[in-house]
Design a protein around this ligand. Structure first.
Ligand code: TA6
Length: 303
């Protein structure tokens, strides 16, 4: 990270009362958004929303206190972008899990102060020989972040090449909860899911409660997902478009301990509800077309 790079970004894109750029942890440059509705911190690496906190509310996005920040290192928490594949690469075991988007540089392409007081920051992935070696397709990826009373994210994939491409993608978002053992997750009842812990394909009966490691890819899931948190007396609503599968993940004690950036009890205050196109639901994008994966995170009172 260079002081000159930060100064250049502020000269081009800062907006008083909305967004400025600064040196973040581990030498990462961050966009710091602060408007009448909320604050948010977004690392340029991965166009990675690390935090989002509406005014007079607790943080909605969970960021591990033990997260490691360094160029090329994925950040534990926030809203990581999985792209252009989700999970392990279909054929190349040495390629990074969840794709390379979250650990490479993205550039700022625009900032806007919106009429409702929200702030929009747009990022584009920077591709180089290393990424092209893993993804040899003429493709553009954008992340359009809108920070307001809600947090809106749009992952746009444009096929600039002459043949169709198949993309798996996700916002692998970590949500902050008072205590995962007290929460209930609604909106996936009846959906089939691939159980990555117990194996096999199952069907969700009613609400999801979590008291052990959970790692499930829910297929044909397009409805809003609700995270009900009685401890914080709030509901987090996850609304999405352009995503046909949803992953629910909590590593629980052993898996979290092995990861080294969760801390001992971090798993108790988070749950991942990931709006994805994964497994059977990956997307085909014809030449010249684009695909948009859009999510909105919003708070509602509970009880
Ligand atoms: O989305 C759930 C998952 O695929 C889990 O299996 C676990 O690997 C998690 O993502 C975290 O992956 P990461 O590469 O960020 O450590």
């Amino acid at each position: 990270m260079s002081v000159a790079a930060v100064a250049d970004l502020n000269q081009k894109f800062s907006i008083p009362g909305h967004v400025r750029f600064a040196a973040g942890p581990g030498g990462l440059i961050v966009a710091e958004v602060a408007n009448v509705h909320a604050t948010s911190t977004i690392a340029l690496q991965g166009a990675h929303v690390m935090t989002w906190q509406p005014r007079q509310q607790r943080p909605v996005i969970w960021l591990s206190r033990f997260a490691k920040f360094a160029p090329g290192k994925s950040i534990r928490g926030g809203a990581p972008i999985c792209w252009p594949w989700f999970g392990p690469h279909a054929t190349e075991a040495k390629f990074p899990g969840h794709g390379f988007a979250r650990t490479v540089a993205w550039e700022v392409v625009g900032t806007r102060a919106l009429r409702d007081g929200a702030t929009e920051v747009s990022f584009r992935i920077v591709q180089d020989a290393a990424t092209k070696a893993q993804w040899p397709h003429a493709t553009e990826a954008l992340n359009i972040v809108t920070v307001g009373r809600s947090l809106d994210l749009a992952l746009v994939t444009r096929n600039l090449g002459g043949s169709a491409i198949t993309v798996g993608d996700a916002f692998h978002t970590y949500f902050e909860v008072s205590d995962i053992r007290q929460c209930a997750i609604h909106g996936l009842g009846g959906c089939p899911y691939l159980d990555k812990v117990g194996g096999g394909k199952k069907q969700q009966q009613g609400a999801i409660t979590i008291g052990e490691e959970v790692d499930r890819i829910y297929l044909d899931s397009v409805a809003d997902v609700l995270i009900d948190d009685p401890g914080y007396r709030r509901r987090i609503r996850v609304t999405k478009r352009g995503s046909r599968s949803t992953v629910v993940w909590n590593p629980w004690t052993e898996k979290a301990a092995k990861m080294g950036d969760f801390g001992t009890h971090g798993y108790r205050n988070m749950v991942c509800v990931e709006s994805t196109n994964a497994a059977d639901d990956v997307v085909q994008i014809p030449p010249g077309a684009e695909h948009r994966l859009w999510v909105r995170y919003a708070l509602e009172p509970l009880g």
